[in-house]
Design a protein around this ligand. Structure first.
Ligand code: TYD
Ligand code: MG
Length: 444
């Protein structure tokens, strides 16, 4: 091995240290460093022979369907044998529901699914399955938390898929640390990966991410596993986004949209229509953005409300949008477009619980704010695409044509786009060079 194996690990951030200290130099946490003892010594002599690259067998990459075509798409076209997939997300978001649904689709009598119920009782898993209308006999529930036993059982059953729910609650025999600690989670994942590779069995790991990041998080595992998917959403909306942030077998940043209903997660084949469903096009303060999630464009409503402030310091609130970016847009609106809101509270909301991180939605946010400030609605067929610079200039965005096409598909015939994007013929649309021009078109 090239690197000497450090034996102290920060429980918070997973950084490795050569020696123990009271504070982690990497993340600054106190009393978080623990000694890491690998349970077995690594073999010192080569037990397998290296293979010339040209002689390596081609990966046939048989892909199996999870029964949810959107899930398959995020995986890169289905499940690959021997792949280790981490599905992370906040507690209660629907991870168990998603993997159970896939388990029911993938299990066959000859190659059943082993569901390691390390967090819930088999009864709870059964209840969830019943609620979802899945009465599969091809799912075997393993009611213990010890990894070695679970993997032996998977081998005995010749499982076609192993689900570990969750990686934070399993434990490795002979390792002193508590379940959920970095060393347990890491060691369990390494053992599971060895099993997946050797037996060519795909494995799905469920992992919780806490907002504070205090629990030994799946983040420390991202480099071990092949694929990392995050299930996102919030408690108040039924929409769930499954996003790939790493994928050795397919594209990253691909997104699938699901809806949580009384009987499990359902695919949303036309998410834009869902995000626009309750829009009142005549209301001031509403604008339409076209963010790109992965390679897929979404058409999303953005709402803004401006109101005279009762505070010394006006209030700014953004839901689903970066607050600092909102502050910047307000400054640009004030200085470059004459929309002065120094004495106004400003609220911005991305409808449907989506979190937009892309600068390409700047213009739509600015239009929504200006629309509320002027108490004038943009035309019902207007969508706004573009990033705003500090001089108020409208900057071109990637894949402008794809966005415009999606907006047009949903009936938005007047798409505001940066002139730079319109000029090079990349797309149709109403070109605007800067914020003032765009507002003149959107709010004539
Ligand atoms: P769950 O899959 O248990 O979440 P996680 O494994 O990520 O912690 O789902 C949790 C929530 O989803 C729970 O509050 C109940 C709700 N739910 C439904 O609305 N419909 C369903 O069919 C199921 C199974 C759960
Ligand atoms: Mg769960």
């Amino acid at each position: 091995m090239a690197k000497p194996r450090a034996s102290f690990i920060c429980e918070d951030c997973g950084a490795r240290h050569q020696q123990w200290s009271g504070q982690c130099g990497a993340c600054g946490a106190w009393n978080s460093i623990i000694e890491h003892r690998p349970p077995r010594a690594a073999a010192s002599s080569a037990s397998v022979a290296a293979v010339p690259l040209g002689a390596v067998e081609d990966d046939a990459a048989v892909r199996r369907s999870t029964g949810l075509s959107e899930f398959d798409r995020v995986l890169g076209g289905g499940l690959v044998d021997g792949a280790l997939i981490l599905i992370g997300g906040d507690p209660g978001i629907g991870k168990s529901t998603l993997v159970l649904r896939a388990a029911a689709a993938l299990g066959t009598d000859r190659r059943p699914v082993l569901y390691v119920a390390a967090e819930e009782s088999p009864q709870q898993v059964r209840m969830r399955a019943r609620r979802m209308g899945l009465e599969s006999s091809a799912i075997h529930v393993y009611p213990d938390t010890e990894v070695g036993g679970a993997l032996a059982e998977a081998e005995r059953l010749r499982a076609g898929l192993v689900v570990v729910d969750s990686i934070q609650t399993v434990r490795v025999e002979g390792l002193a640390a508590a379940p959920g600690s970095v060393s347990q989670v890491r060691e369990a994942t390494v053992q599971i990966m060895q099993f997946a590779r050797a037996s060519q069995t795909p494995v799905m790991l469920v992992g919780h991410v806490t907002k504070e990041g205090t629990v030994a998080g799946p983040r420390t595992l991202e480099h071990i596993v092949d694929t990392v998917l995050y299930l996102e959403g919030d408690d108040f909306h039924a929409q769930r986004l499954l996003r790939s942030v790493k994928n050795r077998f397919g594209p990253t940043f691909e997104v699938a949209v699901f809806e949580m209903r009384g009987d499990g997660l359902h695919e949303v084949p036309n998410p834009s229509a869902l995000f626009l469903a309750e829009r009142d096009a005549r209301a001031p303060g509403s604008a339409v953005a076209v963010p790109l999630e992965g390679t897929r464009p979404l058409v999303v409503e953005i709402q803004a409300l401006t109101a005279p402030t009762a505070y010394a310091l006006p209030k700014r609130l953004a839901t689903g949008f970066d607050l600092n970016r909102l502050h910047m847009l307000l400054a640009v609106l004030g200085r470059r477009a004459g929309v002065k809101l120094g004495q106004h509270d400003v609220y911005v909301n991305v409808v449907g619980g989506l979190r937009l991180r892309e600068p390409a939605v700047d213009l739509a946010v600015a239009v929504a704010i200006a629309s509320s400030a002027r108490d004038q609605a943009p035309g019902p067929q207007v969508a706004a695409i573009g990033e705003l610079g500090l001089s108020g200039e409208l900057r071109s965005v990637p894949s402008a044509a794809v966005r415009v096409r999606e907006a047009e598909r949903l009936g938005f015939t007047r798409c505001l786009v940066p002139t730079a994007s319109a000029r090079n013929g990349a797309t149709e649309g109403l070109g605007a060079a800067n914020l003032a021009e765009a507002l003149a078109l959107a709010l004539p």
